[in-house]
Design a protein around this ligand. Structure first.
Ligand code: M6R
Length: 610
């Protein structure tokens, strides 16, 4: 999704802005631009396409100036084009604005500003911000921005500069992330930490409604009521290398290979092996409340939602507490039933910035519910607004397709299920021990799968030329099939659907032919035979069948066309293993089809607009 960068200091800003924007490319975008302030002039250069198109336009010439803002845009209002790209300026060219988010009342504001004589040149919602600031400007940029945002409905992270005050950039956030990187005699602004990490680790993470005046030597932050506040500095403790490719062809592949250490990191310090107890020291929710829960609502989007589907099976089995899983975009607009005394809302989000998930969280809190967040990003909006957080220590995930974040979200589900089971004493020590021992084996078992990629490449060679594919499974296997299906369509653009295996014959079987391969996940022992029957049904319709199953199911070889064996562990833990070949299959199929694996078309890493 859109990315913001800004620089004020003594160096030439343009190369710093471009370098910062490159670090945000992974978020997904379709155009880019920079604005530089120098000697009473604002110079803007923008281009539709990738950053190299913008660089070509700059063609070795960098607009001069040591104050600047830059942006990568992911089109929402108006198609991708030079004119719709940011930065946007006002009529007088005195103001330049970059913005992430959506101005919901922009048409109304545009109408009003037009009636005041403002002339618009783009189709965007953002342009109204530049005109609003211009409209209210009376020699004080901070004041003009304040007045402008008082008129605005919607979400924004915004940075504004003017040639009337050449010593500052003013920025503000509401429901869209923004950080300020603190340097010596220079400051950096960005919508995401990787953009500034080459320069500083000291940051201010802006909160909703805060406005910052950023100057060479000083950053002043004001809260929503206009009061100057002392913000604590947040030190980023991961490095740039963790956000780079490290010799892999793609971030996605690198991140798939990082899963064993990511799982270990997420388990670290949380399994007390000597006493067979779970330690979640950061959980501040009271034990009495957790013991008496009558329902847990898991709310999330995309892959994080799929992690929630596994979570439902796991938490219900371990604790006997009913769990509902819902897409955040649905939850936020219906009238969900949440009992603040006896229900817990769990939000799951890698980025911690997904607009729908944040809105669902706010709605839950407004109903008095307690919210537990599972997130990968320390300091993200979700982490700051939740009552308690379980961090997934996957490290920065750059590829749009989520892999290591998903697997560590699953780990968080097991930890949470075990933690509540421990409070409720719903599991025996022997059962707890078995699961904890099983979890500890997972990293090496994932590693073992990663050493068999050539087998998955063989399967990808069959799949990549197909137009449609079905993923089937039952129970936990079905939950993983749903993630496998999303992964394949997301990066290879092959149409894929996941079905509960028993559901096929209620309609979808009509679509199964020799041209629609069926990938079946079969690891749950109690329903193995049932899924096998469903395999026979699709085989009878000439489908090419691929099975992902356990070594002990060797007899399946006579029933299907290809098998990939995953190492054996407890049934309940199998999603942690079966998802890995599905991730690799999508990766290789996408590669064979020549797709842009890390930046699939139309998609963005962090979906900060609804
Ligand atoms: O950052 P989040 O976990 O909240 O993101 C949710 C989804 O946008 C995300 O999982 C998306 O579905 C992935 N691109 C899938 O690989």
């Amino acid at each position: 999704m859109c990315g913001i960068v800004g620089y004020i200091g003594t160096q030439q800003a343009c190369p710093i802005l471009i370098e910062g924007l490159k670090k945000l490319e992974y978020r997904g975008y379709d155009s880019a631009g920079v604005a530089l302030l120098n000697g009473g002039n604002i110079e803007i250069v923008k281009s539709v396409g990738r950053l190299h198109d913008l660089e070509k336009k700059l063609n070795g010439y960098s607009p001069w100036g040591s104050i600047g803002i830059g942006h990568t845009r992911w089109a929402t209002h108006g198609r991708p084009s030079d004119v719709n790209s940011h930065p946007h300026k006002a009529c007088s060219s005195d103001f330049a604005v970059v913005h992430n988010g959506i101005i919901e009342n922009y048409l109304q504001l545009k109408g009003w500003l037009a009636s005041e004589g403002h002339i618009f040149c783009s189709e965007t919602d953002t342009e109204v911000l530049a005109h609003l600031v211009e409209n209210f400007y009376q020699g004080d940029l901070l004041e003009a921005v304040r007045k402008a945002i008082s008129k605005v409905e919607g979400s924004y992270a915004m940075a504004v500069m003017t040639d009337q005050e050449e010593d500052k950039i003013v920025c503000v956030r509401k429901e869209s992330p923004l950080v300020i990187g603190l340097g010596k005699g220079e400051q950096f602004i960005a919508s995401d930490i990787p953009a500034i990490l080459n320069h500083t680790r000291k940051t201010y993470i802006m909160d909703d409604h805060e406005i910052a005046v950023v100057e060479n030597e000083d950053v002043s932050i004001f809260n929503g009521t206009g009061k100057k506040i002392n913000k604590s500095v947040f030190n980023v403790n991961w490095d740039q290398q963790a956000a780079e490719k490290d010799g892999f062809d793609h971030f996605m592949l690198k991140e798939i290979y990082e899963q064993p250490p990511a799982i270990k990191e997420t388990l670290k310090g949380r399994l007390d092996i000597e006493n067979y107890r779970i330690q979640l020291n950061d959980i501040t929710l009271e034990a009495e409340y957790l013991k008496n829960l009558s329902k847990i609502n898991i709310v999330a989007c995309g892959t994080a939602y799929h992690a929630g589907l596994v979570g439902k099976h796991v938490i219900e089995k371990l604790t006997r507490i009913p769990v509902e899983v819902e897409l955040a975009s649905e939850y936020r607009y219906r009238d969900p039933i949440v009992d603040p005394e006896r229900n817990l809302v769990m939000v799951v989000s890698q980025s911690g910035e997904t607009a729908d998930t944040l809105a669902a969280m706010k709605l839950s809190k407004s109903m008095g519910a307690k919210v537990l967040a599972v997130t990968n990003v320390v300091g993200s909006s979700v982490s700051r607004e939740a009552d308690s957080v379980i961090y997934t220590w996957a490290g920065p995930e750059i590829a749009v397709a989520s892999t290591k974040a998903y697997i560590t979200q699953l780990v968080a589900m097991y930890l949470w299920g075990l933690y509540i089971a421990q409070l409720k004493e719903s599991l025996s020590q022997k059962e707890t021990k078995e699961i904890m021992d099983g979890l500890r084996c997972i990293p090496s078992q994932v590693q073992c799968i990663l050493e068999q990629t050539s087998k998955i490449e063989d399967i990808a060679r069959v799949v990549y030329q197909k137009d449609d594919l079905f993923f089937i499974g039952r129970g936990l296997d079905y939950a993983v099939a749903q993630e496998g299906s999303l992964k394949l369509k997301e990066i290879s653009y092959i149409h894929a659907e996941s079905y509960a295996a028993g559901e096929l014959k209620h309609g979808t079987l009509a679509l199964v032919t020799e041209d629609t391969p069926v990938l079946a996940v079969l690891t749950q022992k109690n329903i193995y035979e049932k899924t096998l029957s469903n395999i026979k049904e699709v085989k009878a319709r000439d489908a090419y069948v691929i099975a992902v199953t356990l070594k002990s199911n060797k007899s399946i070889e006579t029933e299907v066309d290809k098998v990939f064996y995953v190492p054996e562990n407890l049934d309940i833990l199998m999603p942690l293993l079966t998802v890995v070949p599905l991730q690799l299959l999508s990766y290789y199929a996408a590669l064979m089809r020549g797709c842009d694996v890390d930046k699939p078309r139309n998609l963005a890493k962090s979906v900060t607009v609804e």
